[in-house]
Design a protein around this ligand. Sequence first.
Ligand code: PLP
Length: 391
Amino acid sequence: FQSKPNSGRHFLHIPGPSNVPDRILRAMDHPTMDHRGPDFGKLGAQVLEKAKAIFKTQSHVVIYPASGTGAWEAALVNTLSPGDRVVMCETGWFAHLWNEMAERLGIVADFVKTDWRRGADVDAIGQKLRDDKSHAIKAVCVVHNETSTGATSRIAEVRAAMDAAGHPALLLVDTISGLGSMDYRHDEWGVDVTVSGSQKGLMLPPGLSFNAISAKAIEASKSAKLTRSFWDWKPMLAANATGYFPYTPATNMLYALDTACDMLLEEGLDNVFARHDRMAEATRRAVRHWGLEVQCEDPRHFSSVLTAVRLPEGHSANALRATILEKFNMSLGNGLGQLNDRVFRIGHLGDITPLQLVGALGGVEMGLRAAGIPHQAGGVQVAMDYLGGNA
Ligand code: PLP
């Protein structure tokens, strides 16, 4: 289905769902299998093991047939009890949604504000923990890559602040849009629950989500009192021990996940991350040349997954995106929440090459002109100079 009569492939440059490589599409193209038969057990065990390498954990990864929102809920209901206090950080729209979910579940969240132009405020988190002498705070929840703003939070520093405060709270991290694109280390960074999803750096269609779970989180789940059923880790981990699931798994998506892990590991995670860094740097150079502003103000927090671009006052980002879709058959991400119509988001994640990025930036530059947005032409040239090694 294509809404426009344009020939050629649609350019999907939203910050996820990302483009699915042909090799993964072929991997999914199998007859449906018996999810209780021996072949499935082998696939399940294999893919659960491979996923650990992507999260950089020796502990457990569970896979839900759900979008990322489900895995958010799983992280909360398995570790917390009604009335528990947590610290959350308002990095943007997704942090806001996770906070709303926590409140709805009966968790009392202390929401550390930012201006949506940077990652989590590590000093503020450390201060809250130092002030909490009675250890009433049960968890710190941080969004690693805030997809609404293109700002990343430095999880190792959050961990260090928690350790420096000598505080036993759990660390819950959403890397739904960071995993498989930017460096992420579940074990080394002492994360207790990592939440992720299939449709971003893993290059899969939407439909799977994940919890990577530390031993401390499993221990916490034994006394956590929030109501849980579908999301309960206990039956999941019991079934996973032999490669099976407590309910019908998304079998064909697991073939795809198996292949996605192979692709990422064959390229080498460090190479994957460096490729994303290059795409992001090229994009920011183009944006600066156009004379537009990147939403993330702190270079230490720049995301390598997406770049959110602010439009000058009085210009509509939604109108620009509509022009680009209409004229050039490319989808860009919209501004979310308070950024609606103020920014557009360029996704440069997953199965992406320099040539694709140059095409996408070309679409943006032509769109800026077509929509009458004041800018300096030549941003694509600047990106090409950088990507071609001439910058
Ligand atoms: N968290 C982040 C950082 C996201 O980018 C998204 C989706 O884009 C979500 C949570 C919600 O995930 P889903 O839409 O898969 O439920």
